[in-house]
Design a protein around this ligand. Structure first.
Ligand SMILES: Cc1ncc(C[n+]2csc(CCOP(=O)(O)OP(=O)(O)O)c2C)c(N)n1
Ligand SMILES: [Mg+2]
Length: 399
């Protein structure tokens, strides 16, 4: 049911309501609308017509403002006019100029409004208004479309991106050099050594937790390398089972699982499966004896962390029980040898690396709330007589 026509002034309001309700009663259950149709009159009329029929109708409206705040304001207007507590579908409108995706999707822009509205229950689904709907076999459709594209000759955008990528790689490389510390090993360094030694077509799987951060920053992906994780779901303990799947699918390729000690422990029984089928997976365990990501989240929120540390375990010894090769690394000078030996070994192997539990992932952007939270945590540590631990921790992380 099109909301635009229902709100036009040449149609009496009473007739519009009657029309809408008769349609619903005969089984039409999709209500189209938009914030800007007829200065809001379309939404207001549909709101009145919906009384007593809300449950029978899938209510949609659209918005066209680009910033988060202005889009949310439009949503609140739509909800008020339609007299509903949520929309079933809220669509991006007017997404038809070349620069529109950037306007909608950059940081702080309207796409964040859709996420917030979804999380708070004000909308059920997010949609996009289509300029041209296409349905077909992907390959055939793309073959038809490709000749219609005009090739761009300028490499400006690509070169700017490549420069940025190189600059990021340089600064990350510098950081992994700087984080070398006697005793606890820096996870950045562990990852950058691993990336140098792994095959060009290695398949990496990575656990949710700090390991995902180290992988994102320090694993160098190449044309034939693959990275698998639980990135959208963010569920722990994914790396080892994903490695099993990858190795069974590609028996000849090198499969390396980057596991947290927490993640590995959670599904440790899968090690027996690996041993039983002699899958030549290499399990690298970032063993910081803590649920590192949660520890960091607590600190950034201003809490002293609790309930996250676990006793140090030697997973290399656990590996040996079912006949898996185990390497334990406690100092950076042993790292390369252990990786080489494990990667060359024909069967499954665990490289259990004792990593720095206080390694901080400094985010690309830090907001004031996080700085304040971390400051509060250090203040609490100080009050509890642990100032020197905080200083050690910062020293271990600052270049
Ligand atoms: C099934 C599940 N439980 C809990 C969490 C919350 N969580 C995210 S990361 C993490 C800690 C992971 O610890 P570990 O595997 O040791 O990795 P680290 O962060 O120490 O590198 C937890 C508890 C989750 N994402 N999924
Ligand atoms: Mg851990």
């Amino acid at each position: 049911m099109g909301g635009f026509h229902l709100g036009q002034s040449r149609l009496e309001e009473a007739d519009a309501l009657k029309l809408f309700q008769a349609a619903v009663d005969r089984g039409i259950n999709f209500s189209d609308n938009s914030w800007d149709y007829n200065q809001g009159e379309s939404e207001r009329r549909v709101g009145k017509a919906l009384k007593g029929r809300r449950d029978q109708v899938f209510v949609m409206s659209k918005f066209d403002r680009r910033t988060k705040e202005s889009a949310l304001k439009q949503l609140n207007d739509s909800l008020r006019r339609l007299e509903v507590d949520h929309l079933d579908l809220w669509q991006f409108h007017e997404n038809n100029r070349l620069e529109d995706p950037d306007r909608f999707f950059a940081d702080g822009r309207a796409s964040e409004a859709t996420m917030e509205a979804k999380n708070s229950g004000k909308i059920r689904y997010v949609g996009f208004k289509l300029e041209l709907g296409l349905m077909g076999d992907t390959k055939e459709t793309l073959c038809e479309l490709l000749p219609l594209l005009k090739e761009k000759k300028s490499g400006r955008h690509l070169n700017a991106c490549l420069d940025k990528h190189r600059e990021t790689q340089r600064s990350l490389g510098k950081r992994s050099e700087e984080t070398k510390r006697a005793g606890a090993l820096a996870p950045e360094q562990v990852t950058s050594i691993l990336t140098d030694l792994a095959d060009d077509d290695a398949i990496f799987t990575v656990d949710t937790g700090m390991t995902a951060v180290w992988a994102a920053r320090h694993l160098r992906m190449k044309r034939n390398r693959r990275l698998i994780g639980s990135f959208n779901h963010g569920s722990m303990a994914n790396a080892m089972p994903q490695a099993i799947g990858a190795q069974l699918t590609f028996p000849k390729r090198q499969v390396i699982s980057l596991s947290g000690d927490g993640g590995f422990t959670m599904l440790m029984g899968d090690l027996l499966t690996i041993a039983q089928y002699q899958l030549p997976i290499k399990l690298v365990i970032y063993n910081n004896s803590t649920l590192g990501m949660v520890k960091l989240e607590m600190r950034v929120a201003g809490y002293e962390d609790f309930g996250v540390d676990v006793p140090q375990v030697n997973f290399a010894k656990i590996a040996e029980a079912p006949g898996v090769r185990g390497f334990r690394v406690e100092s950076s000078s042993d790292l390369k040898d252990a990786f080489w030996s494990a990667l060359r070994h024909k069967g499954p192997a665990i490289v259990d690396v004792s990593t720095n539990p206080d390694a901080l992932a400094i985010p690309p952007r830090i907001d004031a709330k996080e700085v304040a939270g971390y400051g509060l945590y250090v203040a609490k540590q100080t009050l509890h007589g642990k100032l020197f631990e905080s200083i050690d921790e910062l020293k271990g992380n600052l270049p």
